[in-house]
Design a protein around this ligand. Structure first.
Ligand code: SIN
Length: 308
């Protein structure tokens, strides 16, 4: 059987946003159905497509239940022999968390491409349609695999992608690693390997059965940080803490002591950095383990670990 069908899963975001005609601010995200978004794009007309509206939200409100549904629908469609890949329309604000979550849970051997827009569908010149066309190019590319994000002609890997800008159309970066590829006039110029990995088989099942997610928070080191936030969270029952440290994951001394006390009480703690590039270089004897990814992605890892 030929695998040429592309499944498009809608979750909302600015790409599905509606506002005053022509305006690029002051709109409401998550208004237009995914079928309607595709219908306006002649370049995609000949592609066999299935669409599903998994959610219709502003991604600032991304919730664990939507992640569960999205992972389940991706798994369902990836199991169909005629599906070449999946495109997910998503808000830009939490796209990087969803990307890493799906890569961890699915580690798909076929492409799952998340795309978005910085301007609503009703803007004078919306960027969503071109981003969708580019996302399709990645999803249909022979040999493409893993979870990627496509925005403004740039393809980012799930582990590296992060939102860098609140307004610019090219709003994402991949830090030191750089992008995976560029989409140029419908063709891919590859720079790096596709995201790899192996999904833990039981994780998807466990996810489907999860009703209550573990409570994991990010605490940021900053001038005058102290111990109070960590102590309050531990007293309130937090199960995991990501410390977004300064520089190489360094922490205010009182905060560090509070985190060590939290660990002694069974709270899972990892140390990331609030720096925009690079990763924490762990040292032998570190009591608070270093995590190589950004704080929000380290949090995804802790959530999944604690779900286990
Ligand atoms: C959202 O994240 O849903 C709103 C912002 C955006 O998509 O750019």
């Amino acid at each position: 059987m030929t695998s040429n069908r592309i499944v498009v899963l809608g979750t909302g975001g600015t790409i599905a946003g509606r506002g005053a005609p022509g305006a690029d601010m002051g709109y409401v995200a998550g208004q237009i159905g995914v079928g309607e978004l595709l219908a306006g794009i002649p370049e995609l007309a000949g592609v066999p497509v299935a669409t599903e509206q998994v959610a219709q939200i502003d991604s600032k409100d991304m919730a664990f239940g939507v992640w569960q549904a999205l992972a389940a629908r991706c798994a369902h469609w990836l199991a169909q022999a005629d599906v070449a890949g999946i495109v997910i329309t998503h808000g830009t604000d939490t796209l990087e968390e969803t990307a890493w979550f799906l890569q961890r849970v699915l580690a798909p051997a076929r492409p799952v491409v998340i795309t978005c827009a910085m301007r609503p569908a009703t803007a004078l010149v919306p960027d969503g349609p071109q981003n969708l066309v580019d996302a399709f190019a990645v999803a249909r590319h022979p040999g493409a695999q893993g979870v990627t994000a496509v925005c403004a002609g740039v393809v980012h890997g799930a582990a590296e992608v992060r939102k860098l800008h609140p307004y610019r159309l090219d709003a994402f970066g991949s830090g030191d690693a750089g992008p995976l590829a560029y989409v140029e006039a419908g063709r891919l110029r590859r720079l790096r390997a596709w995201p790899q990995g192996s999904a833990e088989a039981a994780l998807l099942d466990r996810l489907a059965r999860t009703r209550e997610w573990p409570w994991v928070e990010i605490v940021t080191n900053q001038a005058g940080a102290g111990a109070r936030t960590v102590d309050a969270l531990v007293a309130a029952g937090v199960r995991g803490l990501v410390a977004a440290g300064t520089g190489n994951g360094s922490l205010n001394s009182e905060m560090e002591q509070a985190l060590l006390r939290a660990m002694d009480r069974g709270v899972r703690v990892v140390r990331s950095t609030r720096c925009l590039d690079g990763e924490v270089i762990g040292q032998p004897g570190d009591r608070l383990p270093a995590h190589p990814l950004t704080p929000v992605k380290a949090r995804v890892d802790l959530l999944l670990e604690l779900l286990g």
